[in-house]
Design a protein around this ligand. Structure first.
Ligand code: NAD
Length: 321
């Protein structure tokens, strides 16, 4: 069994490899070759922690396993990341453990890869302004992945906690693009592509603030009750997701579904667009929205790449069980 540390994951897996792994597993999910098992997430009654499992099987790539982890709000005081996760991969032929892979860095990479897959397939080709809503840990990964899939001229951003906006400014400067902090009306009025990546429980953006032709990647809502955009905005958009079952239960679409504003059948798996079974965007005026809920197969796909590359480079520890 291989052990691949967080540091090794940072060294061996790049954004390009994460993008390819996530795009290909979304395709496999839509064609029925890969499927996610039901998610378990529990408040364990200790350390205020939420702990759970995301798991699945990709029959095409023979990737089987689970991501185990959750949220420990007291970790920051101990100098640790609040979100903690580890991926376990198993040999699909024998059930034997194949690898244990640090999941924290890979979670950020695979989440950013998902929104950038949506930007590649759904944004207007002439989109030039990227709008960022959210300036937490994930936001820098999101911005870097987006600019690698689409040529932007400018980045604008808003955050609930303005003191955190320096993360967006610093990342944009590192990338070499101009950045401006704006209010939400300007963000919606000027951005051609908007990524939302917050832990908000109330809508931040309203349908009236969004201009025709915008592509939104809503990435923060991954739990029941969270919400980043108004349900009317979801209803006004052509909606895509990683997995429909998660979108309607824990994703951004949960609210539009609960309010009866959209039907489950109106939500398309992004894999159908990748597989050319759905045309994706059909007009320059259409608002497209990707509800990125985060599925276990994304974690397994990037962890499997990490394990393979770490082994090839002699960077994995190998132990006999
Ligand atoms: P973080 O704690 O580093 O940052 C939180 C962000 O949310 C900050 O921008 C903060 O200002 C903002 N925020 C906090 N309270 C808010 C409020 N009341 N209204 C509006 N904004 C508020 O978190 P992170 O690691 O950057 O993750 C951001 C979100 O993305 C979290 O909700 C996390 O669960 C989610 N996430 C989703 C996926 C996925 O696959 N979809 C993967 C990883 C993280």
């Amino acid at each position: 069994m291989l052990i691949v540390s967080e540091d090794t994951c940072k060294q061996v897996v790049g954004r390009g490899q994460a993008f390819d792994a996530v795009e290909s597993v979304f395709s496999a999910m839509a064609s029925g070759d890969a499927y996610n098992f039901p998610v378990i997430r529990e408040a364990i009654g200790h350390a205020d922690a939420l702990y759970g499992f995301k798991s699945g099987f990709d029959r095409a790539g023979l990737v089987l396993g689970l991501k185990s982890g959750g949220y420990w709000p007291g970790n920051e005081k101990r100098g640790l990341t609040n979100h903690q996760s580890t991926v376990f991969l198993f040999d699909a032929d024998t059930g034997q453990p194949a690898a244990m892979v640090g999941g924290n860095h890979l979670t950020a990479l695979r989440t950013a890869a998902a929104s950038s897959v949506s930007i590649k397939h759904l944004a207007r080709k002439d989109a030039r302004v990227l709008g960022m809503v959210g300036a937490g840990h994930q936001s820098a990964f999101q911005m870097r992945a987006a600019v690698e899939q689409h040529e932007f001229d400018k980045i604008i951003g808003w955050n609930y906690h303005p003191e955190m906006l320096s993360r967006l400014a610093d990342t944009a400067s590192d990338i070499g693009l101009p950045f401006e902090a704006v209010d939400l009306d300007r963000l919606g009025g000027e951005a051609d592509v908007i990524i939302t990546i917050t832990s908000s429980f109330k809508p931040i953006l309203d349908v009236k603030q969004i201009k025709p032709g915008t592509h939104l990647a809503c990435m923060g809502t991954d739990t029941r009750g969270k919400q980043e955009v108004d349900a009317k905005l979801v209803a006004a958009a052509t909606v895509f997701t990683d997995e429909v079952a998660q979108s309607i239960s824990i994703g951004e679409c949960q609210h539009a579904i609960a309010d009866g504003l959209i039907a489950e059948t109106a939500i398309t798996a992004i894999g159908d667009v990748i597989n050319k079974k759905h045309p994706g965007r059909t007009s320059a005026d259409e608002i497209t929205l990707f509800d990125g809920t985060g599925v276990g197969l994304q974690d397994l796909a990037v962890a499997s790449v990490a394990a393979r590359l770490a082994q090839e480079k002699g960077a994995a520890q190998e132990i006999a069980l």
